[in-house]
Design a protein around this ligand. Structure first.
Ligand code: TYM
Length: 332
């Protein structure tokens, strides 16, 4: 079975709808006929300011949310990045193969360091995509299910894999990004030309999967829509309505076209009212299930321990090959 790998950062109290639609949903779907590795990227979470207590809490909350979303520990290795030392170890090797200019071109570094200026950003933030390449390459996955914002990192990963294979010996598989066009980028509800993200317009722009469902409903009902009245999918002219249609379609399985027909002649308010109900119907059981899972931390820790064991076996074996091929002397 082809392998898949992906990760998510524990940098918020809750995943948001963009995370779910852009990535998690695909994780759950791919489990069926792939060999999956999914992890919580706690090492990536310390590349910008963090609070140790929050990080610990959010790591467990992330694990609970993955299970609540349907990631199944019977089918997938679910683990915490720092439980598998080979990520950082291979990351260090890849640092030596990455050009400074090449890393500097990564747009997420530019975006994230824009505020305080490059000098205030951490070296960790700069090296972030290189650690991500290590995360991926260790498992030699065929596919990496992510949202559009990770595409450039995947390209760097492929470049590094190719470079390593060419310089030393064929060691890594060149992974394919698995990015579903329809949901590759979910937009901010208040600023629908920007991606939904916790650093976006503010709390009203994002649906947090663990917030009170009534709050989610309110956010959908007050989402920014566009001038005009017609309900149709048009990314350029109607980014707000298009985003709502994308979410609606993804959560119900109805096609965009069917929705356009269903809402012909109706008002934006009708669409938002109905979508609010759909969203509530989706987040309510997710939230209940997550809270239930968080009540049994022993179970969560067990799942993570089992995942780390599976992951370590694969990752250590790749790292051994790498160390040998680059000329590190093996300890006796
Ligand atoms: P992170 O934690 O920011 O996001 C997790 C996943 O959610 C996707 N995503 C979105 N998709 C659609 N629309 C949106 N508005 C949206 N916002 C977020 C992201 O694309 C991602 O797939 N660097 C990664 C974590 C990571 C990783 C890896 C991923 C670390 N190592 C190795 C894959 C493979 C990140 O920060 O994702």
């Amino acid at each position: 079975r082809p392998r898949v790998l992906s990760g998510i950062q524990p940098t918020a109290d809750s995943f948001h709808l963009g995370n779910y639609m852009g990535a998690l949903r695909q994780w759950v779907d791919l489990q069926r006929d792939h060999q999956p590795f999914f992890f919580i990227a706690d090492q990536h979470a310390i590349t910008t300011d963090w609070d140790p207590k929050l990080l610990r809490e959010r790591t467990l909350r992330s694990a609970a949310q993955l299970l609540a979303a349907g990631v199944d520990p019977e089918k997938s290795a679910i683990f915490v990045q720092s439980h598998v030392p080979a990520h950082a170890q291979l990351g260090w090797v890849l640092n030596g193969l990455t050009g400074f200019g090449e890393a500097r071109r990564m747009t997420q570094f530019k975006d994230k360091s824009a505020k305080g200026g490059e000098g205030a950003a951490s070296v960790g933030l700069f090296a972030y995509p290189i650690l991500m390449a290590a995360d991926i390459l260790l498992y030699r996955p065929h596919y990496v299910p992510v949202g559009e914002d990770q595409r450039q990192h995947l390209e760097l990963t492929r470049d590094l894999a190719q470079r390593f294979n060419g310089r030393f010996k064929k060691t890594f598989r060149l992974p394919e990004p698995y990015i579903l066009k329809a949901t590759a980028k979910i937009y901010d509800l208040q600023e629908p030309t920007k991606k939904m993200s916790k650093s976006g317009s503010g709390p009203n722009g994002i649906i947090e999967m663990l917030e009170e469902p009534a709050r989610s409903a309110k956010k959908i009902r007050s989402a920014v829509t566009d001038s005009g009245t017609e309900i149709r999918f048009d990314q350029e002219e109607k980014p707000g309505v298009s985003n709502l249609l994308t979410i609606y379609s993804a959560l119900t399985g109805e096609s965009i076209q069917a929705l356009e027909e269903q809402y012909a002649g109706k008002m934006y308010g009708d669409l938002k009212k109905d979508l609010a109900e759909v969203v509530v119907g989706f987040v309510t059981p997710f939230r209940d299930r997550t809270l239930e899972l968080l009540d049994n931390q022993d179970h969560l820790m067990q799942v993570l321990a089992q995942g780390a064991e599976t992951a370590n076996a694969v990752a250590e074996s790749t790292l051994r090959d790498v160390y040998q091929r680059i000329g590190f002397v093996a300890p006796v």
